[in-house]
Ligand binder design. Structure first.
Ligand code: AMP
Ligand code: SF4
Length: 453
C-alpha cells in the first residue's frame, strides 16, 4: 500500500506545501520513503528520500520552491526494495516532454509487461510498477501523451490508483475495479486528488467525490475533465478493498461514500452480538487499530469501554517495520496496559485483524501479566486465510495464523480464554456497500477470476 496526493492550482499559486501536508496525513499508508514532483517552467523537479516524510524531504526546501501542479507519494515496501531508485514519483523526460508518475497498488502482469518492454529496448532503473508505465508510454511516443497513457492503462492488470504529471496537468486514474481508494477535493480554485479524504481535510479542501473505478480525471487550467476510456467490464462489479475499512485507512476518511469510522464501529457492534463474552467487566481496544471496533463492541454489549492499553504515539505501526526482530521489539515498546484496570477482571480485547498471530499472543501475555482473571480476544474482521494479490502486504499463506491453525488451536496458542472473529457477512454489512462492490479475497479466497482483467 502507498499514499498518493496531487494538487493543481488553476490560479497558478504554488501548491508544494499543500502536497507536503497531504502526504503527512497519508503517512500511515507508508513510511519507507516519500517523494514530491512538480512542474516548474515546463520541466519536472523532484525531492525524494527514504524514511518518514519529514526525514525524506525538508519542508523548508519545499516552501522555497514554486509549482502550481504537483504530485507526491509515501511508500510502504518490503525491506529488499527499499532503495532510492524505487522512491516515487518516478520522473523522466520522454519524447513528448517531462512526466512523473506515482502509484498505489500492484500490477499483477508486471513481469510479463517488463519482459516485453525490455525485449523492445527498455532499460529499467527501478523495480517499480510506475516505471513500467513510463516505458509503455515512451514506446508509444507517436501518440499524444494522454492517448499513450490510456493505451498503457489498457494493458495493466491488478490494482492501481495513479497520479501522473503530464503536459502541465495532473492525470489521475483508478483501476476498473476500484481496488484502491482515490478521492477528488477542491478549495478556492485548487483541485486535489488523494488516496484518502483525511488528506483533503488537512488542506481545508471539500471532498467532491471518489474517482470512479475505470475513470481517468485530468486536471488542467480549465479545471477537471473526466475521461471514461477503459473497456466495459462485463461482470459489472467492483473490488473496493474491504481491508481499507478494517485496518489500512484512517478512521476519519470517507471511502466510496462510506465512513471508515462508522464501518469500524459497526464491525464491533456486530461482533458483540454474534460473539458476546458473558459477564465481562470491561472492553478495551488494541490501540489504535482496534479502538473504534472496541467502542462499538462495548456499546452493543452494554459493557464499559476503557482506554486500558496506552500507546506510545511516537512509535510507528508495528507491522510496518519490516523485520520480525524489530517487529517484536516494536510491540514491547509501543503498548502499555494500565494494570489496575485489569486486575482480577474479565476483559474483552478487540483488535482489527490477526495476520501472523504475533500481536494477539503478545497482547494476551501483556494483559495476563496485569492479573486479569479472563482474557477474551475479539477480532473485527474474518480470519485472513489468503494472500493479497492486489497490494496489501499480508504475507505468504504459510505465515498466516488462521491457515496454520484452527480457531481453537489459535486460541490456545495465544493463551486466550476465547477467541472469535467477525463473519464475512457481517464485515460486508458493516461496511455497507453491496457484496459485489467489495474485495474480500484475503478472507474468502474470491479473487478476480481468469478472464476478468
Ligand atoms: P500479526 O497478527 O501479529 O501479524 O499482526 C496483526 C496486526 O497487524 C493487526 O492487529 C493489525 O493492526 C496490523 N496489520 C494487519 N495487516 C496489516 C498490514 N497489511 N500492514 C500493516 N499492518 C497490518
Ligand atoms: Fe484488500 Fe484483502 Fe482484497 Fe487485498 S485481498 S485488496 S487486502 S480485501
Amino acid at each position: 500500500m502507498s499514499g498518493i496526493f496531487g494538487a493543481y492550482s488553476t490560479a497558478g499559486k504554488t501548491v508544494l506545501e499543500e502536497v507536503y501536508l497531504g502526504l503527512y496525513a497519508l503517512q500511515h499508508r507508508g513510511q519507507e520513503s516519500a517523494g514530491i514532483s512538480w512542474v516548474q517552467e515546463g520541466a519536472v523537479s523532484s525531492k525524494r528520500g527514504l524514511g518518514l516524510l519529514h526525514n525524506a524531504i525538508d519542508q523548508k526546501q519545499i516552501a522555497d520552491e514554486h509549482g502550481h501542479c504537483a504530485i507526491g507519494h509515501v511508500r510502504y515496501v518490503p525491506l529488499e526494495s527499499s532503495r532510492l531508485q524505487n522512491v516515487l514519483p518516478i520522473s523522466a523526460n520522454y519524447a513528448r516532454g517531462p512526466i512523473a508518475i506515482a502509484h498505489d497498488g500492484i500490477i499483477t502482469n508486471l513481469a510479463e509487461l517488463t519482459k516485453q518492454l525490455v525485449q523492445r529496448g527498455a532499460i529499467f532503473q527501478s523495480s517499480t510498477n510506475s516505471e513500467a508505465i513510463l516505458h509503455m508510454m515512451a514506446q508509444k511516443s507517436h501518440m499524444q501523451p494522454i492517448d499513450a497513457f490510456v493505451d498503457a492503462l489498457r494493458r495493466l492488470e491488478g490494482s492501481y490508483s495513479l497520479l501522473v504529471l503530464l503536459e502541465n496537468s495532473i492525470v489521475a486514474a483508478r483501476d476498473p475495479y476500484g481496488f484502491k481508494p482515490l478521492v477528488i477535493g477542491e478549495n478556492n480554485g485548487t483541485y486535489y486528488i488523494a488516496s484518502e479524504s483525511c488528506a483533503l481535510d488537512i488542506v481545508g479542501a471539500t471532498l467532491l467525490r471518489d474517482v470512479e473505478p475505470g475513470e481517468i480525471v485530468v486536471i488542467g487550467e480549465k479545471g477537471i475533465k473526466s475521461l471514461r476510456v477503459q473497456p466495459e467490464r462485463k461482470c459489472g462489479r467492483c473490488m473496493h478493498c474491504s481491508f481499507e475499512y478494517v485496518y489500512t485507512a484512517r478512521p476519519d476518511s470517507i471511502i466510496d461514500g462510506r465512513s471508515v469510522y462508522e464501518a469500524r464501529k459497526e464491525m464491533g457492534r456486530r461482533l458483540a452480538r454474534k460473539s458476546p463474552a458473558e459477564g465481562a467487566d470491561l472492553v478495551a481496544g488494541m490501540p489504535d487499530s482496534g479502538t473504534i471496533a472496541a467502542i462499538g463492541y462495548a456499546q452493543a454489549a452494554h459493557t464499559p469501554f476503557e482506554m486500558a492499553v496506552v500507546r506510545n504515539r511516537y512509535v510507528g505501526r508495528t507491522f510496518i517495520q519490516p523485520t520480525q526482530k524489530v517487529r517484536e521489539l516494536g510491540v514491547k515498546i509501543k503498548l502499555n496496559p494500565i494494570e489496575a484496570l485489569f486486575l482480577d477482571k474479565k476483559a474483552v480485547i478487540v483488535d482489527d485483524s490477526i495476520v501472523r498471530g504475533t500481536t494477539a499472543e503478545r497482547t494476551v501475555t501483556m494483559i495476563r501479566s496485569c492479573g486479569a482473571a479472563e482474557v477474551h480476544i475479539r477480532i473485527a474482521s474474518p480470519p485472513v486465510l489468503h494472500p493479497c494479490l492486489y497490494g496489501i502486504d499480508t504475507r505468504k499463506e504459510g505465515t498466516l495464523a488462521a491457515v496454520r491453525m484452527t480457531r481453537e488451536e489459535l486460541c490456545r496458542k495465544v493463551g486466550a480464554d476465547s477467541l472469535n472473529y467477525l463473519t464475512e457477512e457481517d464485515l460486508i454489512a458493516a461496511i455497507g456497500l453491496p457484496a459485489d462492490k467489495l474485495c474480500t479475497a484475503c478472507f474468502s479466497g474470491r479473487y478476480l477470476e481468469d478472464g476478468e482483467k
